[in-house]
Design a protein around this ligand. Structure first.
Ligand SMILES: *Cc1c(COP(=O)(O)O)cnc(C)c1O
Length: 408
């Protein structure tokens, strides 16, 4: 008979042999004290750690405005949504949140999903059903959820070299002029911290009659006057056809959405299996996200503080000859270039210095470019940065890892 256990063991062994096996840090965040967390060690003892790799970029997951809204929603409306949106799951705060998100992105409508992953997967699959013959043009560094949606749709697809508009144009020009086309890309790429040329991509979309689909997951809340993302910062909100975001990163809660023309949203709402057949977000999440978005819109100083913290950390690491990589955004990647060293440094930072930062290894990034990825928030103080830079400096010497300027 088939040896199921051995097959599962082989699957785990394969990941281990490639150095990709993950062990999650057992952390408890401390309410109101972000980025502090309590780590539980294997022996049950506890350690204070500073979280340096959270995607809760502005600490909104701890903000009293969000927490109060979530508690009030539970007291008023209870725990679960009670079903899918079709069957009893439409909650008032979900409707209000969709209106708020639509207006934030200057679109006619928005549609909530269970997560950003589901929003991408469901929408990109469904667009290929709504637009038969759709050809999708996808940036080579697009997130796994976009790749899943594009693949599942089963249509023709072309991958263009990352942020390479010449390559994109060559692919667009080679496709039939009258075929429906979609350009799928991100604004801020979260592993390198670089930012796409939105205006250039839009110009190509217009020239070749393509729709634009932009993932602003790592930009929403963080860029633009009201925090609507890079499309707002660059003044092109009205020229992106479909914007996709998460409620789980800078907004600090959980869930995902798209924003677009009403007819696009209505079509996706009516056709997307990943929207129709799943229980909708509970009232506490939608109410918390609504409070968070309203707060983010009104507080540009949070975005200024966020950029200042990222710039300061980059400068301080560089001053210590730590190989901080070029990044145009709030993401602070530090080059190590080897999976074993990356994991070792990450483990030592945690165990010896109370610094939590995940190693970023293949397949998330190409082999030989393994790195640590820091995401400083407005809540990361100068004193925390002092401790971090001191610890990094000591470990770089201890592990004999290449420094600036050798790494360039
Ligand atoms: C995290 C992420 C997503 C998925 O969002 P979730 O809400 O976490 O499911 C989508 N796109 C990108 C680029 C991401 O980094």
């Amino acid at each position: 008979m088939f040896d199921y256990k051995a097959a599962f063991e082989t699957a785990v062994e394969q990941v281990k042999s490639e150095g990709r096996y993950r062990v999650f840090a057992d952390l408890k965040r401390v309410r109101g004290q972000f980025p502090l967390a309590k780590r539980r060690r294997a022996d049950g003892t506890e350690q204070d750690v500073i979280v340096w790799c959270s995607n809760d970029y502005l600490g909104m997951g701890q903000h009293p405005v969000v927490l109060d809204a979530m508690k009030a929603a539970i007291d008023e409306a209870g725990a679960g949504a009670g079903g899918t949106r079709n069957i009893s799951g439409t909650t008032r705060s979900a409707v209000d949140l969709e209106a708020e998100l639509a207006s934030w992105h200057q679109k006619e409508a928005a549609l909530l999903f269970t997560s950003g992953y589901v929003a991408n997967e469901a929408t990109l699959t469904t667009l290929q059903r709504i637009l038969p013959g759709l050809i999708t043009f996808s940036d080579s560094l697009n997130h796994a959820s976009m790749i899943a949606g594009i693949r599942n749709g089963g249509g023709e697809r072309h991958i263009f070299a990352h942020n390479d508009l010449e390559h994109l144009e060559a692919l667009l020009a080679a496709a039939p002029a009258d075929a429906p086309k979609l350009i799928a890309f991100e604004s801020v790429y979260s592993m390198d911290g670089d930012i796409a040329d939105l205006a250039g991509t839009i110009a190509l979309a217009k020239k070749y009659g393509a729709l634009t689909y932009l993932d602003e997951v790592h930009a929403v809340g963080l860029y633009g006057t009201t925090g609507a993302g890079v499309a707002e910062r660059d003044g092109v909100l009205d020229q992106i056809d479909i914007i996709e975001c998460t409620l789980g990163k800078a907004i600090g809660v959980m869930g995902g959405y798209i924003a677009a023309d009403a007819v696009i949203v209505d079509a996706v709402r009516s056709w997307a299996s990943g929207f129709i057949f799943t229980t909708s977000l509970p009232p506490a999440l939608t109410a918390g996200a609504l409070a968070s978005v309203r707060h983010l819109k009104a507080h540009p100083e949070l975005r200024d503080a966020h950029q200042e913290r990222a710039a300061t950390l980059k400068a301080r690491l560089a001053a210590a000859s730590i190989p901080v990589m070029d990044s145009e955004s709030h993401i602070v990647p530090v080059f190590v270039g080897d999976p074993v060293h990356t994991k070792m440094i990450s483990d030592m930072l945690l165990e010896q210095h109370g610094v939590y930062v995940q190693p970023i290894n293949y397949p998330t990034v190409p082999k030989g470019t393994e790195r640590l990825r820091f995401t400083p928030s407005p809540n990361h103080t100068d004193a925390m940065m002092d401790d971090l830079v001191k610890a990094m400096d000591a470990l770089w010497t201890h592990c004999n890892v290449a420094r600036l300027p050798q790494v360039a």
